[in-house]
Design a protein around this ligand. Structure first.
Ligand SMILES: Nc1ncnc2c1ncn2[C@@H]1O[C@H](COP(=O)(O)OP(=O)(O)OP(=O)(O)O)[C@@H](O)[C@H]1O
Length: 235
């Protein structure tokens, strides 16, 4: 009897498992195509490649700029640089060097200005942020590839961060809250300050800015005395 019951139970398990398999497989096969295309539509990650110009040391070292070729606006072909270990170990110099192709949202060549890069990559994100959106931008690359140049840039040729701040502050010009009764907290919250807290914040700000100015002054006088020593040393 027991064995008969077991057989019966096994049969039902089998039926349920079979149905489950059949249902899932038919559902998955129906869902697969639309799901993939909707993921593709929601793809927000953009990856840009910026190729910096050769430094004068690199140009003088005899390295060929052919190690990076922009094949299409979104594709770069990379070959091992002549001076790299891989290229030096390759025994047959008559064979063409093999390269690897990489695809990006857009490739920016060495002649790209800071302005062009900002306009092509980050400007629209800043507009979204001004309308309440969130964005994350970061630079990634080995040392000496131009991350700091791209992000901060020299004073005379600002990178994407100062350009972003400029757009933000120019856009909210009229809406800047000049009072001191609220203080930003974490990413998107604010704390309301009592009169006593406002006085504390104001004193902290005065001290902080005073210290910054003092540091700038002492750095400038240190530079002056170092230059003077070097100059006198040369004479
Ligand atoms: N687009 C560019 N045009 C002209 N010079 C550039 C450019 N990008 C980088 N450089 C120069 O190349 C050098 C290395 O750049 P940078 O310091 O930005 O590299 P990095 O990736 O931040 O390096 P690290 O990771 O070591 O801090 C600097 O002398 C910089 O001025």
């Amino acid at each position: 009897m027991e064995s008969c019951q077991n057989n019966e139970a096994d049969r039902w398990d089998q039926v349920i498992v079979d149905n489950l398999q059949r249902d899932l497989s038919s559902e998955l096969s129906l869902l697969r195509a639309p799901q993939l295309s909707s993921i593709e539509k929601r793809e927000h990650l953009k990856v840009y490649l910026r190729i910096r110009p050769f430094s004068s040391a690199e140009s003088h070292s005899g390295e060929s700029q052919d190690c990076v070729t922009i094949e299409r606006p979104d594709t770069a072909l990379l070959k091992p640089p002549n001076l790299s270990l891989g290229a030096r170990l390759s025994t047959d110099k008559s064979l063409p060097q093999t390269g690897q192709r990489f695809q990006f949202t857009q490739v920016y060549g060495p002649e790209t200005s800071q302005r062009e890069l900002f306009q092509g990559t980050v400007k629209d994100l800043v507009k979204d942020v001004l309308e309440g959106g969130n964005s994350l931008v970061f630079t990634y690359g080995v040392t000496n590839t131009g991350k700091t140049f791209t992000f901060l840039g020299p004073d005379a040729d600002a990178g994407i961060l100062p350009r972003t701040l400029d757009v933000i502050f120019s856009s909210i010009d009229e809406q800047v809250f000049t009072g001191t009764s609220i203080k930003p907290q974490r990413c998107s919250e604010v704390t309301r300050l009592t009169a006593e807290q406002q006085a504390e914040e104001a004193a902290f700000k005065r001290n902080f800015l005073g210290q910054l100015k003092e540091n700038e002054r002492s750095n400038a006088s240190l530079m002056n005395s170092t230059n003077k020593t070097l100059f006198e040393g040369k004479i």
